[in-house]
Write a protein that binds this ligand. Sequence first.
Ligand code: PEP
Ligand code: MG
Length: 576
Amino acid sequence: MLALYGTGVSNGISIGKAYVLQSSKPQIIEQVLPEHKVDNEVEHFLRSVEVVRRELQEIRKHIPMNAPPETAGFVDMHLMILEDKMLSDAPIAMIREQRLNAAWALQKQSDLLCNKFDKMDDPYLRNKKNDIIQVVNRVLRVLLGIYESTTEIQEGHIIIANDLAPADTVLFKKNKIKAFVTDLGGPISHTAILARSLGIPAIVALHQSTSYIRTGDNIVVDGNKGVLTINPDKATISYYKKRKLQTRLSKYEFDSLKRKKSQTHDRKKIKLLANIELPGDITAAMNSGAAGIGLYRTEFLFMNRVNPPDEEEQYRAYTKVIKRFPNMPVTIRTLDIGADKPTNSVPGAIDIRSNPAMGLRAIRLCLSDTSLFKPQLKAIFRASIHGKVQLMIPMLSNLDELFRVFDLIDEIQHELKRSKTRFNANIPVGGMIEVPAAAIAAQAFSKHLDFMSIGTNDLIQYTLAIDRVNDAVNYLYDPSHPAILQLIANTIKAGRAANIPVAMCGEMAGDPKYIRLLLGMGLREFSMHPAMLMDIKKIIRKSNTSELGKQANRLLKLHSNEKIGEMLDTINTLDR
Ligand code: PEP
Ligand code: MG
């Protein structure tokens, strides 16, 4: 039995079998083979390519129903790369002519191809290099005997990985994985957010989990405390089984909370909304008792595919969500791609510079490429006739960006009118307040927006200068840092003065620790992963805003971590 410690990012306890994913690049050594081994090496290479071919065909067959429609295209492209003579024949020639070992020959050929791609002018083609690397790494892992098959992942497995891209996590989504554990990552990385939205326990920043754990090991994941136990003894298992029962809201309690009003003890109405990533998340959001969608992260429609979805496909996807929430707000956030959410389907979204989080992402990318943005705006406006749609712009940092969005909205509305297409011209347009500049200038933004939504994930990342996916600095993640609280307070105040709603859709809004403080600060709309909604409602129903208002004012005057922590404890244990 061995325990490892990381950062718990999604609550709950899971007991099950590990499945270790080796996603990092394998180590390769150059060898010159004796003549008599050459034929065998060629055979070994051909067999490995065949294994990968079958593996990719299997993955294609197992794509979940709700994955973006072009996911299959993405796998097909990898199959095409694998079949390409430049990858399949050239290494064989090197093995025969230079007597190189297969792995070295393949790596050498891959480096040659990648160099050629690097020199291409077209950024789209340049980015294709990443696909070659992914295919080559797959073959290398088989050649070197560190073979793994993602199709062998079974329901109930606990995934152990060095890191998981949001795109991988989307594909695992419907496979009923019990928990995630990664060596890298932070509490607001998208993998962590997805784990929470699935309602499954997760630990990140475990550093050496992939070296200590083998596929098939029995493990316990304690997502609350960030502790992972490998091959636990009987006493440990029974301890965790007991805790598992204690921490869950019973079905009875969940159902009865769902029927109750979302209001505080002193009858202040609180809007509880759900965050969703894919249209497939609608059912979870509906079952959660949400009063609508406070954040629909549309970028996930653009992942795991070769080309971005066109206007028609987006229109259908948005309409599907809207129709399932009649008379309830559905807040569609425009594309927030780039930084920690790269994708092959949008060339500019893979930023290899050192600071992608501060680079061309979200509204910046959309304004720099209106051929990407306009079809999305049109699709949202067309879909708006089916319900109560709200449009939300991510990562605003200055008013000019907002004015350019308004100009584009005018432009697409004219085009829609000209083509006699129906749309609702008056949908509320809101902005995410997630860049410190926008939070400081919230008053200016509030004069031009119909609502604001505080994105604490990015707000914390930028204000505290901590890369949200970097495990080395995630200990600095602190929603109750005085600077963060001041920015939130300023945004709420600006919204009140302008008489527009202020919501919060970052992870802080679904974290039980901060709900009472936020109520005291005057927040009345919370959007979170559906799995947390009833736990949060339970806290809200036991809270009294007038008492919390006084306590929050006191806390906002504090500066030391220790004092703030103590005050938070007091707030969270107040009777009502
Ligand atoms: C945020 O930044 O808080 C947010 C909700 O957006 P995302 O996590 O998708 O960047
Ligand atoms: Mg954000």
